[in-house]
Design a protein around this ligand. Structure first.
Ligand SMILES: NC(=O)c1ccc[n+]([C@@H]2O[C@H](COP(=O)([O-])OP(=O)(O)OC[C@H]3O[C@@H](n4cnc5c(N)ncnc54)[C@H](O)[C@@H]3O)[C@@H](O)[C@H]2O)c1
Length: 357
């Protein structure tokens, strides 16, 4: 099987390409990346030594995809991944965001139509509606927010919300952030293309992805940003809410996506499996910033964290995705425990102080 991975020099794309090859060494992996992510050239060299064929190209340009070889599947990992992308001061205008994240998807769907290739989108928890998540009644327990158990027990929660996390049935109406809207629109466009032109489409909604080699920027996920910042003794702040870092995220190693992506690509074209699934660490792999700080202190020594309770756009107190559907349908479970992910990031940060980010 030949797979085209877009954004292959980014964190998720490069990690997944390596993991796919580890699962199935006979795969032929091609990649395309515009190297816009600072540091992505590090992955370019490493991938080429593994035999991955990487082309410098931009998915915003249909013509950059014209000469790519015909592959059996596209795994789309190219995007501006920040929830703040498109907002003032993000360095990415709304039009640029839409061109990368939605226009790019459109060109890839045209590629799939031409070559009858399957399409797998790395989507995000940010497609879920902000209002019910921003207004979630939470209690702080052991340094972490959780949905108020009394409120859950009273049956007042919206569809798809439980202590296990946010399920696929949770509302996905706007507002979801400009970033979330580009990913939701990409999901819808991909499903429509698949239905209209008869190629398989799989939408994998990920929570925070984390692991060694991430560039340690806040827009790529808080776990790596925090650990790398702590190791380098950079100024860190508990932003928003009570300024105490009680906000919670779940965490998944992107290599853990590989077995599921392969199962999706092996499934028959008319498979009845749900086309949209959450793939995330879930409640078992969730922690608050405060708890992450406690872990960092144990592992890396003391470091003062400032407090700034001023609210930030799109910030939410608790985002934990419920991966139960993927477990039931595909028998998929995260493989890399949270502690191993954190240790991997810390070890990499200590060994590569000059790593970009
Ligand atoms: N990091 C996370 O926690 C997370 C969570 C959920 C979903 N995702 C999704 O996973 C995907 C990858 O995220 P990541 O964390 O690896 O980000 P990343 O920035 O590390 O990787 C993105 C890669 O895409 C490339 N790229 C960007 N625009 C491009 C374009 N127009 N043409 C070609 N290449 C382009 C960049 O150079 C980079 O190498 C994104 O689609 C993101 O929405 C990420």
């Amino acid at each position: 099987m030949k797979i085209l991975v877009t954004g292959i020099c980014g964190f998720a794309g490069s990690t997944l390409a390596r993991a796919l090859l580890a699962e199935r060494p006979d795969l032929e992996i091609h990649g395309v990346d515009n190297l816009s992510r600072e540091g992505s050239h590090h992955n370019l060299r490493a991938l080429r030594t593994l035999g991955v064929r990487v082309v410098h190209g931009d998915i915003r340009l249909a013509s950059d995809l014209e000469n790519l070889p015909a592959c059996d599947a596209v795994l789309d990992c190219a995007a501006q991944p920040s929830v703040l992308a498109g907002t003032a001061g993000s360095g990415c205008s709304p039009v640029q965001l839409v061109e990368h994240n939605l226009g790019g998807t459109l060109h890839l769907l045209e590629y799939c139509r031409r070559h009858r290739a399957a399409f797998v989108l790395l989507s995000t928890s940010r497609v879920y509606s902000i209002a019910p998540l921003a207004g979630l009644p939470v209690v702080a327990h052991r340094g972490a927010f959780a949905p108020d158990p009394a409120w859950l027990a009273a049956g007042a929660a919206p569809a798809g919300l439980s202590a296990a996390g946010i399920a696929e049935t949770f509302p996905a109406e706007p507002p979801v952030s400009l970033y979330g809207a580009t990913k939701r629109a990409s999901e819808i466009m991909a499903l429509e293309y698949g239905a209209a032109f008869g190629f398989p489409v799989w939408i994998n909604r990920c929570g925070v992805l984390a692991g060694a080699g991430q560039f340690g920027r806040a827009d790529q996920g808080i776990f790596s940003f925090w650990i790398r910042g702590w190791a380098a003794r950079r100024p860190l702040r508990h932003l928003g809410f009570d300024g105490l870092g009680h906000q919670v995220r779940d965490c998944l190693h992107p290599a853990d996506l590989a077995p599921l992506v392969l199962a999706q690509l092996d499934a028959p074209t008319d498979s009845a499996a749900p086309r949209v699934v959450n793939l995330a660490g879930g409640a078992a792999q969730a922690m608050s910033l405060r708890q992450l700080g406690a872990w960092c202190e144990q592992r890396l020594g003391p470091h003062a964290v400032a407090s700034d309770p001023a609210p930030r756009p799109y910030d939410l107190p608790w985002i934990v995705l419920d991966p139960g559907l993927a477990a039931r349908v595909w028998n998929w479970h995260p493989r890399t425990p949270l502690a191993a992910i954190l240790e991997e990031i810390a070890a990499h940060a200590l060994a590569h102080a000059d790593w970009p980010g």
